[in-house]
Design a protein around this ligand. Structure first.
Ligand code: PEP
Ligand code: MG
Length: 312
């Protein structure tokens, strides 16, 4: 029985018709990397680096960051680590940046926009990431990209830093969590190495509902067909360029959603460590064909309640 539990967690997620889904973890720190490995993660699909920056009086310096990233790479022991560059602003504030007060922080200077305003901070983080990349497989991912020029500027800075620290090239991808990035995905994916869809923010911006609003929690549903259509557009654009798409928002940990996402063409699901075994076993119970039919059905529906009722 123990053996069965073990293989359930650590065996790959393959559908009954032999389609392989990658199941990786969302983490916030080095302990999280260890927890991910112990729970059967095939890597880390999202390191939320902002947790290294929150609740302190100053930003962690390059050495501190390098040591944290290196430790994660070591815990992962050859498994890939996707490091998302600093994603603050919005609801995540840090006192030491003295950010001007905004009327609409979720529509203000956040994510990559903030990094491009605070370039020294951004470069310091990139230096730490590229130094750590000498110790194991790391990929970089930029958050909240909405405009091509943002991706280009951030990539250009990353490339300058890479050359400066003498590191090898690594993949640079971006989060898809802003509607404009979905609509322009065919252009972005010519320049980005991969996409990872942040369904938490994407839902917020597509439905125009604050992701933390108590009164809207039920309506702000990532299983809304409008959000699913956005995910499909993203996958279709990436497929044309032979690039892969992951999902790292909370939606990926929902069993029905995991099947719909598989059917829409998502290749990687990044979830909290505690959900990994469960998502893997959901995938093993189904076939790609069933997932594709489910996805098609979901796309034809009109409300999130209708989508949710697809769960038998
Ligand atoms: C998301 O927006 O779905 C996401 C994964 O990023 P975060 O939750 O950290 O904003
Ligand atoms: Mg987000």
């Amino acid at each position: 029985k123990k053996e069965k539990e073990f293989s359930k967690r650590f065996a790959p997620a393959v559908t009954t018709d032999k389609h392989r889904m990658e199941v990786v973890a969302n983490i916030a720190n080095a302990d999280g990397a260890l927890e991910a490995v112990n729970n059967g993660a095939e890597g880390v699909g999202l390191l939320r680096t902002e947790f290294l920056f929150l609740e302190r009086d100053s930003a962690p310096n390059e050495t501190e960051q390098f040591q944290a990233y290196k430790k994660m790479v070591q815990h992962l022991n050859g498994l890939p680590l996707i490091i998302r560059t600093l994603d603050i602003g919005g609801d995540k504030e840090v006192s030491y940046l003295n950010m001007p007060k905004e009327d609409n922080p979720f529509l203000g200077i956040r994510g990559i926009r903030l990094c491009l305003e605070y370039k020294d901070l951004f470069k310091e983080q990139l230096r730490a990431i590229y130094q750590a990349s000498k110790y194991g497989p790391i990929k970089i991912m930029f958050p909240m990209v909405g405009l091509l020029e943002e991706f280009r500027e951030a990539s250009k800075i990353a490339e300058e830093v890479r050359v400066e620290v003498g590191a090898s090239k690594i993949d640079i991808g971006m989060m898809i969590e802003v509607p404009s990035a979905v609509l322009m995905a065919e252009h972005f994916i010519k320049e980005a190495d991969f996409f990872s869809i942040g369904t938490n923010d994407l839902t917020q911006y597509v439905l125009s509902m604050d992701r933390g609003h108590q009164g809207l929690a039920k309506k702000a549903d990532a299983l809304h067909p409008a959000v699913l259509k956005m995910i499909k557009m993203t996958c279709d654009a990436a497929k044309k360029e032979n690039k892969w798409v992951g999902v790292c928002g909370n939606l990926a940990a929902n069993p029905l959603a995991a099947k719909i996402l598989t059917g829409l063409g998502v290749k990687e699901l990044s979830v909290t460590a505690s959900s990994i075994a469960n998502i893997k076993s959901e995938i093993r119970k189904t076939s790609l064909k069933e997932c594709e039919e489910l996805a098609l059905k979901a796309l034809s529906l009109q409300t999130s309640d209708e989508v949710r009722s697809l769960e038998e």
